[in-house]
Design a protein around this ligand. Structure first.
Ligand code: FES
Ligand SMILES: [Fe+2]
Length: 458
């Protein structure tokens, strides 16, 4: 379709001052416009460098109709090529692997390229273009690529926005957290029955935690689900969160000083046990962000007095940094404003979420599944920094089939995903014309849609 100018957009596509019209999540024409105007022009994460650790390693990234080969040439160079043979169009690679002998060979008629995309061999070359075939006619078509913080970003636009400009609002945050030095632990993908933005937005606020994850906020959950609603509601933890939005659609939120990571507890009992039990909910619920060894480190503080002027949180930080130093593991900058980001989230427009913790991070990436507005590809990555002498495993995705299956996903993602298909279903009903957004706690969602509109309307 021809893209419609903003003033001719149907009412169901509008981003409002306090909400989002539901057509943006369900209309196939809107999904098609996103492919034409957003995904074709925005910087997006195509891979982690851990997917291509050695020269010749490749991985394939797909979005909509696009298919891209990401290949490592040497220690410093990674390139992205359109995944189609210039002869008759055959996709040259699938999933991930290594190009043997640094050669890319088309399985249809055997044309061959180096991993730099330069043509090496065309069978019966004289037959093409009256014997005047130029190497440039049949080189693999390169796609713009930038490496940042262990991510391979690509952009399909022939003259894309400057990457430095695009990433500037979140660059320092990500660099200070040592995200680029974090490597693969596990990575799962699943196709989910919802628009990509529905799935993404379920992770762009902490406002859903008491109702969706009652085990993480018991007193608020008791108020929500309990029978006694006569008293005043308890203080929900999200009110302590700081939310910020940036230019180019990015955003972040953080728990700051009021988190268990900072040693803050409201419950009675031994503070070490409370903090360790609380953090262990994340180990058992996600196996990411907080790792088993982090909880053991907290427990090792049991019985040790907290020195005058210090806090349990500060003692835990000291123990973490001392252990990491002994293992020669890179760590985030040990500065208050960097550590405050632990337990929060950095959103990189349009579809990457980084949830940093103590030398590790969980990440989410969500993208459309083909051109279907009711289906998306959702991925979760667990990463950490490794000791200097440790072997780092190559990142290979585990393709999961069912988000509700406890064998495939732990409790916390299952809880989040229990809502996601229900949201998509509600959005399709004729009575659901728009959703409302909280001006402070859901501001990252609104900011994201406003930035999307800048792409979609030009
Ligand atoms: S299609 Fe690739 S060599 Fe013919
Ligand atoms: Fe959640």
């Amino acid at each position: 379709m021809d893209s419609k100018a903003a003033d001719t957009w149907p009412a169901s596509w509008q981003t409002l001052e306090h909400g989002i019209r539901s057509g943006r999540y369900i209309d196939p024409e809107f999904a098609s416009l996103e492919h034409q105007k957003l995904w074709s022009r925005v910087w997006q994460v195509a891979a982690r460098l851990d997917e291509v650790p050695e020269p010749g390693d490749y991985t394939v990234y797909e979005i909509g109709n696009e298919s891209v080969i990401i290949v490592r040439l040497d220690g410093d160079t990674v390139k992205a090529f359109n995944n189609a043979c210039p002869h008759r169009g055959t996709a040259l690679a699938e999933d991930c692997g290594s190009f043997e002998n640094s050669r890319i060979i088309c399985p249809f008629h055997g044309w061959r390229w180096g991993i730099d995309g330069v043509i090496q061999y065309v069978l019966e070359r004289d037959q093409f273009r009256d014997g005047q075939l130029n190497d440039s006619d049949v080189a693999l078509r390169e796609i713009n690529l930038e490496i940042f913080a262990g991510f391979v970003f690509i952009n399909f636009d022939k003259s894309p926005q400057s990457f430095d400009e695009f990433i500037a609002p979140v660059r320092q945050l990500i660099e200070d957290l040592a995200i680029g030095e974090m490597h693969h632990i596990w990575w799962k993908s699943v196709v989910a029955p919802a628009n990509w933005k529905v799935a993404l937005e379920a992770f762009l606020e902490g406002y859903h935690v008491p109702a969706t994850h009652p085990q993480l906020e018991t007193s608020s959950a008791e108020f929500i689900y309990g029978e006694d609603v006569s008293g005043d509601p308890p203080q929900y933890s999200h009110v302590d969160h700081t939310y910020e939005t940036f230019t180019h659609g990015h955003g972040r939120f953080l728990g700051g000083q009021k988190t268990p990571m900072a040693g803050h507890t409201q419950l009675a009992g031994d503070p070490v046990d409370i903090m360790a039990d609380r953090l262990n909910l994340l180990v058992e619920g996600m196996d990411a962000m907080i790792l088993k060894e982090d909880v053991e480190l907290v427990r090792s503080l049991k019985g040790k007095p907290v020195p005058e002027g210090s806090t349990l949180g500060a003692e835990y930080m000291k123990a973490l940094y001392a252990t990491a130093a002994a293992q020669q593991r890179p760590m985030p900058k040990p500065e208050r404003e960097v550590l405050d980001q632990w337990g929060g989230e950095i959103f990189v427009f349009p579809n990457l979420m980084i949830l940093p913790q103590a030398g590790n991070a969980m990440m989410y990436r969500v993208r459309p599944d083909g051109d279907d507005p009711d289906s998306c590809i959702f991925e979760i990555y667990s990463t950490k920094t490794y000791p200097a002498d440790a072997a780092i495993p190559r990142a290979v995705v585990q393709k999961m089939t069912d988000v509700s299956d406890p064998e495939q996903f732990l409790q916390i993602p299952r809880q989040d995903f229990s809502n996601i298909p229900r949201i998509q279903k509600g959005l399709h009903t004729s009575g659901c014309k728009q959703v409302w957004l909280a001006s402070y706690f859901e501001q990252i969602i609104l900011n994201m849609h406003q930035e999307m509109d800048r792409y979609l309307q030009t």
